[in-house]
Design a protein around this ligand. Structure first.
Ligand SMILES: O=C(O)/C=C/C(=O)CC(=O)CC(=O)O
Ligand SMILES: [Ca+2]
Ligand SMILES: [Mg+2]
Length: 387
């Protein structure tokens, strides 16, 4: 049971020694060479973008074709020669990231961060229950799982400091998130309604929005996150197609007040994903995605309600996934309550924030169509010392 059965079939970009990166689909502990199997050049481009741009009919057709070939024993023999052992391949960034946006859709996370960063104000800002808050990130520094995170340097100034100082971050953190990958573009000047979510969004990946909390806390007023988050954002190598997540769909939490028309809940697009965060191999948190306040369909509608267009390869992330429990928080900022309550790890060491050499791995599973669970794979990275 790998979570990569016939009901999953996520897409990625892989290469074997001496060959060009091309599209593959994961099945069990193998990668199916979709480029060689289909002979379709769209899968030989080294990114999923060209295929994603073809739209939902093409996505459904290939998925049906692959499902047929992989489930039928007679057909299965014909795909055998196109399978590579996962251990023999290198996985690349699965798509060329067009724009990158990060939301802030976990109420528990937003309240925790509000209490930590703005102890004198309300935990939630008054706009939070009316619209999905987000910011534009840095698309060029989105990299595939396994890319090391070099400790960033920058300015910080704690409230009690007389003046800012410069140096390597001393509050390097993670954010466990889920990312949504846009396939079908939209026209400038036209809003995309929630009902068109599945026509535009190709699939889902895992995201680690590495964050330097000391840099963030000093720079973010009044325009929001900037260099404290732009040094690296990691994504999982596998993009799970939306079609594989039908059994994971759930209704979002109850609303506090009526929402504007374009945000009113229609088809349920909450997702029952169970995330897991491991620090040096030890599970430190299990964030539940099913309690996210804003759904990815609402986020998409909000992203475009002003007429902003979508491009193939746009990535928007959910925001840090935190549940109500202490062991469900998706960042060390929350888990250690800004360093005041360090975690004790199995080896006896304590952590408030990340140390050089630490390895963080975020994984997730979801209910699959087959009655078991499917895997979203993992996104991992090791902290390297500042340069
Ligand atoms: O409330 C703040 O000032 C800070 C928010 C964040 O850390 C931004 C962010 O990346 C949103 C998220 O991941 O939920
Ligand atoms: Ca984030
Ligand atoms: Mg759950």
């Amino acid at each position: 049971m790998t979570g990569f059965g016939i009901d999953n079939l996520p897409y990625g970009i892989f290469s074997t020694p001496g060959t060009h990166p091309r599209t593959g689909v994961r099945i069990g502990d193998a990668v199916l060479d979709v480029a060689a199997l289909t002979g379709d050049d769209v899968h030989a481009t080294g990114s999923l973008n060209a295929f994603m741009a073809r739209g939902p009919a093409a996505w459904a057709q290939l998925r049906a074709d692959l499902t047929g070939r992989l489930s039928d024993a007679a057909h299965r023999a014909t795909v055998e020669e196109y399978l590579h052992r996962l251990d023999d391949v290198t996985l690349h960034l699965p798509f060329e990231v067009a724009d990158y946006v990060d939301f802030y859709s976990s109420r528990h996370h937003a309240e925790n961060v509000g209490r930590i960063f703005r102890p004198d104000g309300d935990a939630l800002t008054p706009n939070w229950t009316h619209l999905p808050i987000g910011y534009h990130g840095r698309a060029g520094t989105v990299r595939v799982s396994g890319t090391p995170v070099v400790r960033p340097s920058g300015q910080r100034k704690a409230p009690q400091d007389a003046a800012p100082t410069f140096g390597p971050s001393i509050r390097l953190d993670i954010e466990a998130e889920v990312g949504f990958v846009v396939g079908t573009p939209s026209e400038l000047g036209t809003a995309v309604p929630q009902a068109a979510f599945a026509e535009h969004v190709f699939g889902v990946c895992l995201v680690n929005d590495w964050s330097a909390r000391d840099l963030q806390a000093w720079e973010y007023v009044p325009l929001g996150p900037f260099l404290g988050k732009s040094f690296l954002t990691s994504v999982s190598p596998w993009v799970v197609p939306l079609a594989a997540l039908e059994a994971a769909r759930v209704a979002p939490p109850a609303r506090e007040h009526e929402l504007q028309g374009y945000l009113q809940d229609g088809e349920p697009w909450g997702l029952d994903l169970d995330l897991e965060v491991r620090l040096n191999g030890e599970v430190v948190s299990r964030p539940p995605f099913d309690q996210m306040y804003w759904t990815p369909a609402q986020q998409l509608a909000h992203l475009t309600v002003n007429g902003a267009s979508l491009r193939t390869g746009d990535l928007y992330a959910s925001g840090t996934v935190s549940g109500p429990g202490r062991d469900q928080r998706g960042s060390l900022l929350e888990l250690s309550w800004n360093g005041t309550q360090p975690l004790t790890l199995a080896d006896g060491s304590t952590r408030a924030f990340l140390e050089d050499g630490d390895v963080v791995t975020i994984s997730a599973t979801a209910p699959g169509a087959g009655g078991g669970r499917i895997s979203l794979g993992e996104v991992t990275g090791q902290v390297l010392p500042a340069r």
